[in-house]
Design a protein. Sequence first.
Length: 124
Amino acid sequence: MFSNVFRIGKDAVVRRTQNNDAVCTLSLCYTFGYKDKKTTQWIEGTIFGKTAEALEPYLTKGKQIYAMLDDVYNEEYEGKTRLKGRILKITLLSDNSAANSTATKEAPQRQKQMQDIEEDDVPF
């Protein structure tokens, strides 16, 4: 088992198997080392089933997640080596700044609507 805090390198891609099961593929990176000896490692993570379907909209490029991977292994192709693993547990750590800015813009408008309601307007 391997667990770490990762950044998502590109938006999640969900594909379907012949049995119509969802398979989500993620490009994950993490940095280890210290000072000028830092190294970035990339891992291709896979999520299966309903979890893959539910999390797809939230797994976008640049987001930070905590993931626990099982069966991490090296795969060689065309002279290159990459790490692959199955994601067992995933926790979203960061949110899109665009979504946060939209919520911040809507908050004053909602506050104004609440001020417009008087006590006589409340039905109980």
